[in-house]
Design a protein around this ligand. Sequence first.
Ligand code: FNR
Length: 435
Amino acid sequence: MPINDFLALARHQLAADVRALPQRLSPEGRVAARLDRCLNVADMRRLARRRLPRAVFDFVDGAAGDEVTARRNIEDFDRLTLRPTAMTGASAPALTTTVLDQPVAMPIFAAPTGLTGLVHHEGELGIARAMHEAGTIYVLSAMASYAIEEVVAGTDGTSWLQIYLWRDRGLVRELIARARERGFGALVLTVDVPVAGARERDRRNGFGIPPRLTLRSLGEGLLRPAWSSGFVRRPRMTIANAAGRGGGPQSAVGLAEYINGQFDPAMSWRDLAWLREAWDGPIVVKGLLTAVDAAAAVRAGADAVCVSNHGGRQLDLVPSSIAALPEVVDAVGGEAEVYLDGGVRRGWHVAAALALGARACLVGRPLVYGLACAGERGAAHALHLLTEELRATLVLLGCADLGELAGRYAQPISLLRSENPRTKRGSADESASDA
Ligand code: FNR
């Protein structure tokens, strides 16, 4: 290229860059540029790690024990195989579906995450707004830092309420009444927290409610002024829905200590029957990994089950959610909707889960990483990335809509680590022969 042409091109580019500078340097422009650099959920996780104090990042990112199950949740998706069909003419797949008869714009909704206000002052409200704006469901955690009433007042869409069984059933009854009064679309009963999981990162960091101020946390806060200014000016660090009840959440107790003191470790399917009496809307049971448990949940009145190991945050070494999904679908798929959460980091993970029989996926950490990156806009960006990846996956699979996915397109290899080569889903040999 002659030197004059080169210089003209450089001058042209420079002028355009200078013209765009005010916009790029505005707060709005800086957020947009930050998010533009995040091409996937892994990028958002890396950015969240830089922006959050270590104890807060670890609270979100960490899991139980050696974090084997948390890793399996993600790695087992990588072991699946998708099988595209060519020349189907499916160019604009529909992502709309229904969950429990409620229409959603995509088969992805927000998993309940507690104490999300520690990550960003917008907390649960930020994620809820992002989900509702996109036309999908927000599941508000019983342990949220925003109260039921605040979320309803600040958002405009369908929310479900997740609950735990506190020993104090009066508190549970009160939550149910508040959910009914505020029009929540379903109750989600989480059954995998009879006691707290061994989250060693939290213990090592001395994580508590509210977080303890130490020299280290002060130093980390000073190095992260964006997070600190939101946290100091608009602190959100109590369990808002249970504030003042049980004596725990207002004081600096460890999270595990709070759970072990407040939740009922002796819960059983009888309690689900009790809940069925107390709540006349749909009930989802979250935190199951086996056919036996899923069948028991449906017998006791569940309308849907969510295959989940709490993102690996409870019992380590249990199967990944995607590995457990097929047996749950086999057991109850005809009678109840089956959802999956745990390890969904890509739109094609959602496609694979749906191909193996899930009706929808819930995502936890990806939205919280997004919130850490840029509040509501960050959570919206994380959802957007997953949704667009899902859309592209369907086109590449040759699949016109979500209904077509079930039972096709994903290789049904065994992900369960059973040692018995004779069981139906039991062996690497079988996986190989399926292939
Ligand atoms: C959770 N999860 C959770 N589940 C629940 O039923 N009630 C809760 O209060 C919380 N709180 C919570 C906080 C944080 C920071 C995380 C990361 C997770 C579990 C959550 O609903 C979901 O099961 C997992 O997050 C799914 O795994 P992924 O998507 O994070 O891999």
